[in-house]
Design a protein around this ligand. Structure first.
Ligand SMILES: [Mn+2]
Length: 430
């Protein structure tokens, strides 16, 4: 999937018999979604050893085409607007340099019917929101060798039971605040934020969030301080402690440009904050969350085009999603490898014959001068990434703009055509 930038079985199989074999693999009842998800973290746990790992989790909806006559066993997604599946995934990132270490854990499911009981009258164990706690709990095991783990969630993950049960030595949380809360002294979280003294100002580069919100630089003010959350009155989980102490960080934009929605971030964290530098660092860790959105983009529109899959049943589609998620994570590692990030081997993304073709191409592509040589160790992922980028039209000079996703996609397409020729090289033409 990585080398061909596709999840289509016909494109993945080099011949009809291989396509059939892939189809049988997905149909085999011994191949389960749970087991495939188990396989996500095989290398991640090793890569995480001794590091501070940001364990970033989020959910995405996968919309598959269905008709009333052909639902493909898929339940509703969104507000009942389409049919498909949900993918909840956690990705591990090195906190110091942003290197993608791989997937950690997650869940993949399709909904069965509609839930009649209101959200607040169901225990957490019966709710989809359980996934935020369950996945973070899995991370404790999968990332046991890490020095520090910081789980990073967007607003959906702001769940009192999570604050109350998950934190531990070397295991931290950063979550964006979902809504105002009552504090232990009866005041409110938002009101407490207003009381905090400004602790610094910084110019921050904001990434583009779609055509409505282009990338821009913003002047942001920081304030932070301790808060004591009170257990929500409505909670079904009676055994939770009555209060939890956390740090609140607020970042806001006092003078937004005209017709622009001002930035207003409220983060809660278990990390201690000794000075404004610590608080900014936590804000920057939260900003690393964009990589999980990048993962979902690679899975969908920008790369593997998972939602175009024609597989007929939910059972097979869910397994395909599990495999494609890992392929998307490796694609991100391939993109990062161009900067020499990480020390993965090319074999995590390429088969033996493909590595043979890469060897031959490398000799062909390397120029005469040192500046035009592939600077990475042979057969490393970074080495492969350099070759693919060259095939996609990148000139290879260290001083040039680094190759982007489009260059890689072009490079992979071209590479695929070459490999097909390469495997035919010993076939005698009559
Ligand atoms: Mn989300």
């Amino acid at each position: 999937m990585v080398a061909r930038a596709s999840v289509c079985l016909r494109q993945l199989g080099r011949c009809r018999s291989q396509e059939v074999r892939f189809g049988r693999f997905l149909a085999n009842e011994n191949v389960t979604v749970e087991r495939l998800i188990e396989g996500w973290s095989e290398r991640t746990g090793v890569a995480a050893r001794g590091r501070h790992v940001l364990a970033i989790q989020d959910t995405t909806e996968l919309n598959f085409h269905t008709t009333p006559e052909r639902r493909r066993e898929l339940g509703e997604i969104g507000k009942g607007t389409g049919h498909g599946a949900l993918l909840h995934a956690m990705l591990a990132i090195d906190a110091h340099d942003g290197t993608c270490l791989g997937l950690v854990a997650g869940q993949i499911w399709t909904r069965q019917g509609r839930v009649a009981t209101p959200h607040e009258r169901r225990p957490l164990a019966d709710k989809e929101s359980r996934r935020w706690l369950a996945t973070a709990q899995d991370a404790k095991l999968k990332l046991a060798g890490a020095d520090i783990v910081t789980v990073i969630d967007d607003r959906e993950g702001d769940i009192y039971a999570k604050w109350a049960t998950l934190p531990g030595p070397g295991f931290h949380l950063i979550t964006r605040v979902m809504h105002d809360r009552v504090l232990a002294d009866g005041s409110s979280l938002y009101a407490a934020g207003e009381e905090l003294a400004p602790a610094g100002t910084a110019m921050i580069d904001l990434r583009s969030r779609g055509p409505q919100r282009p990338a821009r630089r913003a002047e942001l003010v920081l304030r932070y301080g301790p808060v004591q959350l009170r257990r929500p009155r409505q909670t079904m989980e009676r055994g939770l402690p009555p209060e939890v102490g956390l740090n609140l960080i607020e970042v806001f934009e006092p003078h937004p440009p005209e017709k622009t929605e001002p930035i207003q971030w409220r983060l809660l964290t278990t990390h201690g904050i000794a000075d404004p530098g610590d608080a900014w660092r936590i804000v920057n860790w939260y900003k690393e969350r964009w990589i999980i959105e990048q993962l979902f983009r690679v899975l969908k529109t920008q790369g593997l085009k998972l939602e175009d899959s024609q597989l007929a049943t939910a059972d097979r589609l869910l397994k395909l999603i599990a495999i494609a998620a890992k392929a998307a994570a490796i694609t991100i590692q391939l993109l990062q490898a161009r900067d020499g990030h990480g020390n993965q081997q090319a074999e995590i993304a390429f088969g033996q014959s493909e590595i043979g073709a890469l060897d031959a191409l490398n000799t062909e592509l390397e120029g005469k001068t040192v500046l035009q040589k592939n600077p990475h160790p042979q057969h490393s992922l970074a080495w492969a990434s350099w070759i693919i980028a060259r095939l996609g039209g990148w000139d290879g000079y260290p001083s040039s703009k680094p190759p982007g996703p489009i260059t890689f996609r072009n490079g992979l397409e071209y590479f695929h055509a070459i490999v097909t020729g390469w495997t035919l090289r010993n076939v005698c033409m009559p």
